[in-house]
Design a protein. Sequence first.
Length: 131
Amino acid sequence: MKRFGVSIEDHLLEEVDSLVKKNQLPNRSQAIRFLIRKNLVRDKWEGNKEVSGCIVLVYDHHKRDLLNKSVDIQHKYQNLVLSTQHVHLDHNNCLETITLKGKAKELRDLSDKLIALKGMKHGELVMSTIG
Ligand code: NI
């Protein structure tokens, strides 16, 4: 770990402090690291680099058509899928977490296709990085 001094305008420092508060970060250093990492992850995704991520889906498992289509799509992109976890939330609803690794554009394509399926209640792609 290295230390370095940063000159920053008052209003920007206030933004850093509100980020610390909002995200329950322990201090300003952690907030700066958080922003840098976020920026690095964004650049990797925009540059179609090798990334990792996670798709969260919520759907009604009685909708068999949706289920079949989701499985078909996931098989087509099986080279990206590291794992899937299925949790039965209640009588109707299932929550699925699909963990992925691969080129950013392909992860986005897979995510878009799944989230757009007719009857999908909620879907979100969490964009992360390999390290
Ligand atoms: Ni289920």
